[in-house]
Design a protein around this ligand. Sequence first.
Ligand code: ADP
Ligand code: TRP
Length: 342
Amino acid sequence: MDPTPKRQRILSGVQPSGKLHLGNYFGAIKQHIELQDQADCYYFIANYHAQTTMRDLAEKMSVDQNRKLKAADLLRQHTLDVALDYLALGLDPEKAVFYRQSDVPEVAELTWILSTVTNMGLLERAVSYKEKVEKGIEASVGLFTYPVLMAADILIVRSNVVPVGKDQVQHLEMTADIAGKFNRAFGKDIFPIPTYRLDKESKVPGTDGQKMSKSYGNTIDIFAEGKPLEKTVMSIKTDSTPMGQPLNPEPCNVFALYCLFATPAEKDELAAAYKAGTIGFGGAKKLLKEKIDAYFGPFRAKRKELAARPDTVEDIMREGARKARIETQRTMEKVYRATGLR
Ligand code: ADP
Ligand code: TRP
């Protein structure tokens, strides 16, 4: 019998699918990093999952950039980028176990075993699969069984809580279903039934006022700086109230983004300046850019420093996988015994 863990075990995965943006940071990453001081955290880069869409992404990016990009190079690059992003933003590999999914091959093995207790009907109801196929992504077996791989990620470290965005809730429900069925089939409480924790409900607006998202092309990247950042901030959509007229802060995207960085007093001050007509949208955008620079400046420096030492990053990822495998192998021993594989 397992001793009950003293602290909750938290796990979450992030797909290496491109540059991370302010929505990802304020909606998810910031909380992931804060949790490392409160629980046993396992965070990993879901590169197996990313394989379901990487060839499609490589094709699209090849067209956009008018040069041939290979899926393998892209996956490697994006995986390194996510590692650099998380480490630069404060993930501490001494506190949280941080690894690359494919460095823990037991995950793929457990996926197979779980697939034998997963009902086809359960997977057929997956909304995310249907949406991806509608978007033109190949309906591969891997894309279809994506939720089983996700269940394996979660169950293999016997996590209790999984922080995710709303779009992943159905996958968590499937994980609970699969874990329950496995436990019932093999007569043992091998897997704790995990629960999800919804990432902060805040909806960070993009430059066009819709929810910031890679798929809308309206993002402000966490690690953008200098002229490109200025260009993006200046492109944030506002209404056309002329300079000198009072402005309404409530529906303004620039104001909403500024609030993510500002103290309550600074928010009040900017709201008052909007209402008094003493600041225009251009001025507000300048203040926003200053805030972004002040907040992310130290993280940018850390990222550059890490990017210059890819071997150190590789060592960190390997050490994370070594720690994760102590747990995944313990789980697999139980699974082998319970199922008769050993
Ligand atoms: P994208 O929409 O850019 O593809 P993802 O779906 O990969 O982003 O989101 C990864 C995480 O970031 C999720 O936990 C999600 O809730 C969070 N997130 C993404 N965009 C936003 C946003 N605009 N506001 C708040 N949270 C967001
Ligand atoms: N499917 C998740 C996403 O697209 C990433 C992910 C893979 C994940 N495995 C996980 C998240 C396990 C939480 C737990 O965002």
